[in-house]
Design a protein around this ligand. Structure first.
Ligand code: PBG
Length: 328
C-alpha cells in the first residue's frame, strides 16, 4: 500500500520508448525560411541583431535556393529591400524589383521549391508604414485602408506573375484577402495560394526585422492596424473573416507570446495554420546563448516543438536551416 500502481515514468525509461510515445515531432518540411533580398548589394550583408542572417544580393538567389533544398527545407518566404522608396511604395510594383527577381531566380534554379512572397508596402514606403497615408482633419496622418488595398492587389499579381507559389499579405488592412483574391483570379492566377497573416499583433518582438528589412516606421507605430496584444477573441474574428474572404492558409504572428492564440485558431478553423517565430524571438535565444545562459540548440528545438504542439502546421523561422541540420 502507498506505492503508485500507475507510473507515467515507465514510458520515459529509454530514448526509444520516449520516441514511440512522443506526441509532437518536427521535420524540416515544417519550416519556411525567411530571406531578405537587397537590390543594392553585391555581397551578403550580415544583420547585426540576427546572428547568422544576412541581407542577400540577387546574384546569390540561385545558389541559395539549391543549398536550402539540399538541407531539407522546401519552403522560403521572401522580403525585399528596393533601391528607392516613396510615399506610396511604388518600387514594390517594379517587375525588376528585388522580390520578383529573386522569385524568378529561385524558381528557375529549384522549380519545386515553395516560394512565398510577403505582400506589404512597408519595405517600399519612405515612411515605413504598412499602407498609404492620408491626413486626418486634425492634421495627424493615418493609414488609408481602402487606398492601400489597390497597391497590395497589384503587388500580389506582380509576385504571382514572377512565379510565386504563395502570396502572403502581412499588412493587416481590412478586406485585403478578398481584394487580392479577386485581383489574382481576374488576372488568371486562380492557382496562386493565399497565406494570410490573419492574426498579427502590434508586437515589440519585430525589432530586429525592422533593421533586416529597413522598414521601421519613421513616426508613430503600427497599433492602428496591427492587433492589440490583450485580445484573443478578436483573433478568431480576424481568422474567420480571412477564411470567408478566401484565404487558403492562416498565420498567427508572433508565435511565442501567442501560443494560446495558435491553439484557439487551430480549434476554430480547418485551414492549414502557420505561425511566425519572429526576429525578436530568434534574437533572444542568441543573446541568452552568447552569455552562456542557455544551450542554444536545445532551447531552439524546444521553442519549435512548442509552436507545433500549440497547433501550428508549419513555422516561419530563421532557425529553419540549423534545425533541419539537427533533425538530420
Ligand atoms: C511587415 C512585416 C513585419 C514582419 C514580417 N512582415 C514587420 C512589422 O510588421 O513591423 C516581422 C517579421 C519578424 O519580426 O521576423 N511587412
Amino acid at each position: 500500500m502507498g506505492f503508485p500502481t500507475i507510473r507515467p515514468r515507465r514510458l520515459r525509461a529509454t530514448p526509444e520508448l520516449r520516441a514511440l510515445v512522443r506526441e509532437t515531432t518536427l521535420s524540416p518540411k515544417d519550416f519556411v525560411y525567411p530571406m531578405f533580398f537587397n537590390a543594392a548589394l553585391d555581397a551578403p550583408r550580415p544583420i547585426s541583431t540576427m546572428p547568422g542572417v544576412s541581407q542577400q544580393p540577387l546574384s546569390a538567389a540561385r545558389e541559395l535556393a539549391k543549398s536550402i533544398k539540399e538541407r531539407g527545407v522546401s519552403s522560403v518566404i521572401l522580403f525585399g529591400l528596393p533601391k528607392t522608396k516613396d510615399e506610396r511604395g511604388n518600387s514594390g510594383l517594379d517587375p525588376d524589383g528585388p522580390v520578383p527577381r529573386a522569385i524568378a531566380e529561385m524558381k528557375a534554379a529549384v522549380p519545386d521549391l515553395v516560394v512565398m512572397a510577403d505582400v506589404c508596402v512597408d519595405e517600399y514606403t519612405d515612411h515605413g508604414h504598412c499602407g498609404i497615408l492620408r491626413q486626418r482633419r486634425d492634421g495627424e496622418w493615418e493609414v488609408d485602408n481602402d487606398a492601400t488595398l489597390e497597391q497590395l492587389s497589384k503587388m500580389s499579381v506582380l509576385f504571382a506573375k514572377a512565379g510565386a507559389d504563395v502570396v502572403a499579405p502581412s499588412d493587416m488592412m481590412d478586406g485585403r484577402v478578398a481584394a487580392i483574391r479577386t485581383a489574382l483570379d481576374s488576372e488568371g492566377f486562380t492557382n496562386t495560394t493565399l497565406l494570410s497573416y490573419a492574426v498579427k499583433y502590434a508586437s515589440g518582438f519585430y525589432g530586429p526585422f525592422r533593421e533586416a528589412a529597413d522598414c521601421a516606421p519613421k513616426f508613430g507605430d503600427r497599433a492602428g492596424y496591427q492587433m492589440d496584444p490583450g485580445n484573443a477573441r478578436e483573433a478568431l474574428r480576424e481568422a474567420a473573416l480571412d477564411e470567408a474572404e478566401g484565404a487558403d492558409m492562416l498565420m498567427v504572428k508572433p508565435a511565442l507570446s501567442y501560443l494560446d492564440v495558435i491553439r484557439d485558431v487551430r480549434k476554430a478553423s480547418n485551414l492549414p495554420l502557420g505561425a511566425y517565430n519572429v526576429s525578436g524571438e530568434y534574437a533572444m535565444l542568441h543573446a541568452a546563448a552568447e552569455r552562456g545562459m542557455i544551450d542554444y540548440k536545445r532551447a531552439m528545438m524546444e521553442v519549435l516543438t512548442s509552436i507545433r504542439r500549440a497547433g501550428a502546421d508549419f513555422i516561419l523561422t530563421y532557425h529553419a536551416l540549423e534545425a533541419a541540420e539537427l533533425l538530420g
